[in-house]
Design a protein around this ligand. Structure first.
Ligand code: ZN
Ligand code: ZN
Length: 412
């Protein structure tokens, strides 16, 4: 017996599911793994599961919140335009050579909340620019990749401020294990059934060939045009290297690419967004011809404006996703302050880069062909939640018919 607040059996199951279902790691494949240093127990379990699955080499790259803050407290101003391009070039080389990629998240969602937003934004932009060669291979789904979560102590304390540290971490661990569907005896089979249910939704949406979706809820009246030749995805899908994987553990969404020039109306966020360690809440924006022309936020308005000014594509959409209000994560009633979880509790849209896999024959399209079909390009991809119990969605066909898709937050 151990007195850790995190159940070691369930942690091992999460590691097994992340390797077998999340990555579907292939014998002989290398794995590049990033994680916070506090997540070492999960890193070790994942590494063991990876070698059991036949990995040729697992390379973990660890980060530490105090190391990140030491820069803000002590570095010269020039530091905030610097990023480790050499590291990301190496990652890109590893992916080109066939390596898979796993990210374990679990950091304090408000780590950077006391720091100068302009510096946080500059550091974020420098990092995104340097990361692009590696990120492109992930965004284009060239390799099998996945993200899963570690119940970090600081994160747990943000979610459960009234609980003692151990109790808060135990609660977050339980919530992560439940959302990640690893609490049963055979989580790999449970995931196969979940993936089949998501596939049925994507097949229905793909058969409709909608030209737009119309969202209505309090504060929201938004028409999201869908990209030409768009394709809906959800759950497991096949990367360009032929491996069928689940890029997010957990996942509840079906999603596709909006048309970067055909989004109009107003939309209000339904949950706070934690972006690179800062909180943005009560977002209200107006779109015209695909671009945000007015933006306000109750909290973090300056962070939102910096984000929208990142580049030309940052004020346009790269994703629209449907999640019923009855999803297990939504029903938990918890706000995680983490996109991996909160985006699976509500319908959402994402500013910035689109996923080229969300097109018919997406793998064969050049960046120019993706753009010609309405796919957006940006250094950022930031999801924010717009769905809730009152969300109604109609699908609009090219001939002008309306088909109910969601009523009262649920599939119609
Ligand atoms: Zn999404
Ligand atoms: Zn997204």
């Amino acid at each position: 017996m151990s007195d850790s607040p995190i159940d070691p059996t369930l942690l091992d199951r999460l590691a097994e599911v992340s390797i077998r279902t999340g990555l579907n790691l292939q014998p002989g494949q290398q794995l590049v793994l990033t994680a916070p240093v506090a997540a070492l127990p999960l890193v070790r379990a994942v590494t063991a599961a990876a070698y059991r699955a036949g990995a040729s080499l697992v390379t973990p790259i660890l980060s530490d919140p105090e190391v990140a803050l030491a820069r803000y407290r002590n570095a010269t101003d020039d530091s905030f335009d610097t990023a480790p391009g050499w590291l990301y070039s190496g990652m890109a080389e590893a992916f080109a050579g066939g390596a898979a990629r796993m990210a374990i998240v679990g950091e304090d969602p408000m780590l950077m909340s006391e720091q100068d937003p302009a510096r946080v934004s500059r550091a974020g932009k420098a990092n995104s620019t340097a990361y692009k060669p590696a990120l492109t291979k992930i965004a284009n789904f060239e390799i099998n990749w996945t993200i899963c979560a570690w119940p970090g102590a600081e994160w747990a304390q943000r979610m459960f401020p009234d609980l003692a540290p151990d109790a808060a971490q135990a609660r977050l661990a339980e919530a992560i294990f439940a959302a990640s569907r690893v609490t049963g005896d055979d989580p790999v089979t449970a995931w196969a059934e979940h993936n089949a249910a998501l596939r049925a939704r994507t097949e229905w949406m793909n058969a409709q060939r909608f030209s737009a979706l119309h969202f209505r809820s309090p504060g929201t009246d938004l028409t999201v045009g869908l990209a030409d030749d768009h394709e809906w995805h959800g759950g497991a899908s096949e990367a360009q290297n032929g491996v069928v994987c689940n890029p997010n553990i957990p996942t509840e969404e079906v999603f596709t690419t909006p048309h970067a020039q055909r989004v109009d109306g107003t939309v209000r966020s339904t949950k706070p967004l934690s972006h690179q360690g800062s909180l943005i809440d009560d977002i209200a924006v107006t779109f015209k011809d695909g671009r945000i022309v007015e933006a306000a936020a109750g909290t973090g308005g300056d962070i939102l404006r910096e984000l929208l000014a990142t580049d030309e594509g940052a004020a346009r959409l790269g994703e629209v996703a449907l999640v019923p209000h009855s999803s297990p994560i939504s029903q938990s009633g918890l706000l995680f302050y983490n996109t991996l979880f909160d985006e699976n509790a509500a319908c959402h849209i994402a500013l910035g880069q689109c996923y080229s896999k969300c097109f018919l024959d997406g793998a064969s399209l050049s960046p120019d062909e993706v753009a010609a079909r309405g796919g957006n390009t940006s250094l950022i991809h930031v999801d924010w939640m717009i769905g809730g119990a009152e969300t109604d969605i109609d699908g609009l066909t090219a001939s002008g018919d309306r088909v109910p898709v969601f009523r009262g937050g649920e599939w119609a």
